[in-house]
Structure formats: structure tokens, C-alpha cells
Ligand binder design. Structure first.
Ligand SMILES: N[C@@H](CCC(=O)N[C@@H](CS)C(=O)NCC(=O)O)C(=O)O
Length: 201
């Protein structure tokens, strides 16, 4: 398998972490959406990362759809339970983490990538507030070592990937607001399957 995209992207990273946790070997193709868009579009017409190329050449796109496939392969070891109340609980936390991450990425583009003089401060403030509300809800949920079910789930993986992206790119958004999430990040990153996926660049 080949994972397309740099782990600077929290969406790429959650796939890389999950592959590592499931013990599924893969090759990382660290392509950038800024400089390698034509190559990325061969696997994902949207020009987005991540994409996962399976060994038979099939290209999966979007981190959640990729994880859905990996969970199917992982069976009982899947990081999202298959059925019922436990599945709903974990999915709610995953979606809060994913939503907070999406809003953070949008805030990054709004705040740091717009041409000079074309910024929209109210829009940026709204995106940051949405991201912080999502991280805040997860911070409140985190009363033990993990977000859900007393064990590692996709909710922990996704929130740590989102948290670490913000800590690297927009630390002002965190500024000590989410100490439990910061501690969760430190714990998970101490595990080489997770820590080794942190973007080096
Ligand atoms: N919903 C998608 C979001 C992926 C995404 O937004 N990736 C960003 C990198 S962080 C990207 O490819 N941006 C380039 C673009 O959308 O043009 C997923 O979960 O995979």
C-alpha cells in the first residue's frame, strides 16, 4: 500500500497512525498539495490528500473512507467499535475531533495563506472559535487516559493529530486551554507507532 500525502496534514497522519497501530505495512509518498498537485490528482481528482493506493491499484480517497476500509480489514482490533452504543459514542467523539481539525485547517488558510489585504478577521475568529469549541468539548470528555471506552480508539488518534497540527501551525489557538488534550498527545506520541508519524520538516 502507498499512502499519498505528508503527515503535516492531520488527515494524512490519522491514516498513517492507524496503519501503524493495525500493523499494516505501507510506503509513504510524501507529496505536497502545493507542489505535486498533478501527481496527486491521478489518485484523487480533487487534488486532496490523503489517498491510499491499494496493492491492486485501487485508490481510496478521504481519510474517513480510508479508515472505514482499514477498520474492515482489522476486524476485532478496529479502533471504532462495529455496532451499537459504543460505536455511536466513539463516532461522536471522532466527528468532534475531525470537525475541530477541519476548522483549524480552514483557520490556518484564512489566517496565514490569504494574499496581503484580503484577510477577513471576523471569519478567522469564527473558525477559531468553532475549532476551540470542538477541542473544548473533547477536553471536557477526557477524564481518564482515553476519550472513550477506557481504551485507545480512533477518537484519541484523530484528536491528537488535530491537536498536534494546531500546536505546530497555530499555537496561539491552544495557549494552555486544553491541558488534558496536551497530556493525551504527549502520552500517545511516546508510542513509536504514533510519535514516528509526526511531521519532520
Ligand atoms: N475530508 C478530507 C479532508 C482532506 C484535506 O482537506 N486535506 C488537505 C490537506 S490538510 C488538502 O488536501 N488540501 C488541499 C485542497 O483541498 O485543495 C479527509 O478527511 O481526508
Amino acid at each position: 500500500m502507498q499512502l499519498i500525502g505528508r503527515t503535516l496534514s492531520p488527515f494524512v497522519r490519522r491514516v498513517a497512525v492507524t496503519l501503524n497501530i493495525y500493523g499494516m505495512p505501507f510506503e509513504s509518498l510524501a507529496l505536497s498539495t502545493m507542489t505535486d498537485a498533478d501527481t496527486i490528482r491521478r489518485s484523487n481528482p480533487l487534488g486532496r490528500v490523503p489517498a491510499l493506493l491499494l496493492d491492486d491499484g485501487e485508490a481510496l480517497v478521504d481519510s474517513s473512507a480510508i479508515l472505514d476500509h482499514l477498520d474492515e480489514q482489522a476486524g476485532a482490533a478496529a479502533l471504532i467499535p462495529r455496532h451499537g452504543a459504543e460505536r455511536r459514542l466513539v463516532l461522536r467523539a471522532v466527528m468532534l475531533a475531525l470537525g475541530a481539525t477541519e476548522k483549524s485547517v480552514s483557520a490556518y488558510y484564512e489566517g496565514q495563506r490569504r494574499p496581503e489585504g484580503l484577510s477577513w478577521p471576523e471569519g478567522l475568529a469564527n473558525l477559531e472559535a468553532q475549532a476551540q469549541a470542538g477541542f473544548g468539548a473533547l477536553e471536557a470528555m477526557l477524564t481518564g487516559d482515553h476519550l472513550c471506552l477506557g481504551r485507545l480508539t480512533q477518537a484519541d488518534v484523530t484528536v491528537v493529530c488535530g491537536h498536534d497540527f494546531v500546536a505546530r501551525m497555530m499555537p496561539r489557538m491552544l495557549e494552555g486551554r486544553f491541558p488534558r488534550l496536551a497530556a493525551l498527545s504527549a502520552r500517545l506520541n511516546a508510542d513509536a507507532r504514533i510519535g514516528a508519524t509526526a511531521f519532520q520538516g
